[in-house]
Design a protein around this ligand. Structure first.
Ligand SMILES: [Zn+2]
Length: 136
């Protein structure tokens, strides 16, 4: 068994026990609706890996960038066909864009904040144990 106090990027970590504890996989539902959770064997709190949290945050940022890129391309095309000469249409587009980004931010904040806070907790804990952020 590996040392639970030795920071690892890929191993799951329990924020309550502050250690890379042993964990058990729990599955709920069946078939397509099946969801999997990993729970700490000591305190039953859900455990995540630092790398998994980073991947989740990166995915959210990528999707945001992709959606914005797609919308901006759409505006440029509209601009070229002269649709944006209509002030109401122009205003609606800007409004929809800002509103869509606002909704996305709120949604991503809700699903992303746990990943960010869990990663931060782990990083603080890992630094106390001499873990160094990789310098690139
Ligand atoms: Zn625990």
């Amino acid at each position: 068994m590996r040392d639970p106090q030795k920071p690892s990027y890929t191993a799951r970590w329990c924020a309550r026990c502050k250690a890379h504890t042993e964990y058990t996989k729990h599955s709920y539902g069946s078939g397509e609706d099946r969801t999997t959770h990993y729970k700490c064997d000591v305190c039953n709190y859900h455990v995540t890996s630092p790398l998994g949290n980073i991947a989740a945050i990166a995915l959210l940022l990528l999707v945001t960038a992709w959606i914005n890129g797609f919308l901006i391309r759409f505006y440029i095309n509209e601009w070229n066909v002269g649709m944006l000469l209509d002030p109401f249409y122009k205003f609606s587009l800007v409004f929809i864009h800002v509103f869509a980004n606002f909704l996305l931010s709120v949604y991503y904040y809700i699903i992303g904040k746990d990943h960010v806070s869990e990663y931060r907790k782990w990083k603080k804990w890992a630094k106390e144990r001499g873990w160094e952020e990789e310098k690139t």
